[in-house]
Design a protein around this ligand. Structure first.
Ligand code: NAD
Length: 334
């Protein structure tokens, strides 16, 4: 049986995570979990915000399911999430974007995946003031960083039986950095003749995604464009409450919803468990437990489509745990 690390997280994280573990258990997932505190919760217990034991646990188990974390001010971290991704070299940020019947959105046939590079680009954190009146930030793109993310996108496309990979860049202006990314993408694409390849300049890509998103399949891009485009894509299918994500490296992977800890709703058993449940579905697929993944996703999409036992943001009155219970009932009846 596979052991995973579970970080319940802060704010609404614990209620979302416990609802998810109930669904995983009811769905028959072949999993055991090791529960670990981090973030505000660890801090309030007198521990470090990112205890070494958390990183050790993820290294040992290789897979984690994580609720959102709040980074307490004054703890020396800009973001615990970024620190965790750096510590484990989780270079892929994977964000599937799919329309579900019952969730209000502009389109009803979107099914695309954003693959964002997670470690380089303007997020390398090399920035400084130049005197008092100017500031400089350095954009870092490497051949190795570009190659591994583009290769991941093609491998993912192949495994998931997807047809096309689109590389997104601004190589017409940033000829060195984005130029290198694009050159590498073109070279890697030649190794995957079964998958169509194209590239788009990022501004045009934004427009295309708003106007005809169903033309796209797997999108791969450097960090900053990925940050912006993945939220644009989440908006196309109903917002952050329903957007799952994963951060994946060679040694470990962390599955987590895209949204934050929504502290104003903490302890109210009110927020939508869809994003974390879909993150758990992604995790099960990653672990090869596809049958359970499909079962949970099917039940969840049926609960959403019926619209009777859904949370406030989907127009219903159900609590987090009632919506999870509805998913469990649906799985048992299917
Ligand atoms: P947030 O995502 O927590 O909340 C923004 C708003 O989105 C909420 O007020 C709520 O209306 C809505 N929302 C979020 N999740 C929802 C859900 N599951 N169901 C229904 N509605 C939902 O963003 P924020 O307020 O900017 O951040 C709050 C805290 O979370 C901050 O401390 C931030 O650093 C942290 N954060 C953590 C992560 C992470 O751990 N990956 C990501 C983003 C933000």
């Amino acid at each position: 049986m596979q052991t995973i690390t579970v970080i319940p997280g802060d704010g609404t994280g614990p209620e979302l995570t416990s609802a998810t573990l109930e669904v995983l258990e009811a769905g028959g997932a072949d999993l055991k979990w090791e529960i670990m505190d981090a973030g505000q919760t660890a801090y309030e217990k007198g521990m470090k915000v990112l205890p070494d034991e958390v990183i050790d646990s993820i290294r040992r188990n290789k897979v984690a399911l994580k609720g959102p974390l709040t980074t307490p001010v004054g703890t020396g971290f800009r973001s615990i999430n970024v620190a965790l991704r750096k510590a484990l070299d989780l270079y892929v940020n994977l964000r599937p974007v799919k329309t579900y019947k019952g969730i209000l959105s502009r389109y009803n046939d979107i099914d695309l995946v954003v693959v964002r590079e997670n470690t380089e680009d303007l997020y390398a954190g090399v920035e400084h003031m130049v005197g008092e009146d100017a500031a400089e930030s350095i954009k870092i793109i490497t051949r190795k960083g570009s190659e591994r993310i583009v290769r991941f996108a093609f491998e993912y496309a192949r495994t998931e039986k997807r047809k096309k990979v689109t590389a997104v860049h601004k190589a017409n202006i940033m000829k060195c950095t984005d130029g290198l990314f694009l050159d590498v993408a073109r070279a890697v694409a030649t190794e995957y003749p079964d998958i169509e390849f194209e590239d788009r300049i990022v501004d045009n890509m934004c427009m295309q995604l708003v106007v005809k998103p169903n033309l796209y399949d797997v999108l791969v891009m450097p960090n900053l464009y990925g940050d912006i485009l993945s939220d644009l894509c989440a908006g196309l299918v109903g917002g952050l409450g329903v957007a799952p994500g994963a951060n994946i490296g060679e040694e470990a992977a962390i599955f987590e919803p895209v949204h934050g800890s929504a502290p104003k709703y903490a302890g109210q058993n009110k927020v939508n468990p869809t994003a974390i449940l879909l993150s758990a579905v992604l995790m099960l697929k990653y672990l090869g437990q596809t049958e359970v993944a499909v079962k949970i996703e099917k039940a969840l999409s049926e609960v959403i489509a019926e619209g009777k036992e859904v949370t406030y943001d989907l127009g219903g009155e159900a609590t987090t745990s009632q919506m999870a219970a509805a998913v469990i009932r649906k799985m048992r009846n299917n």
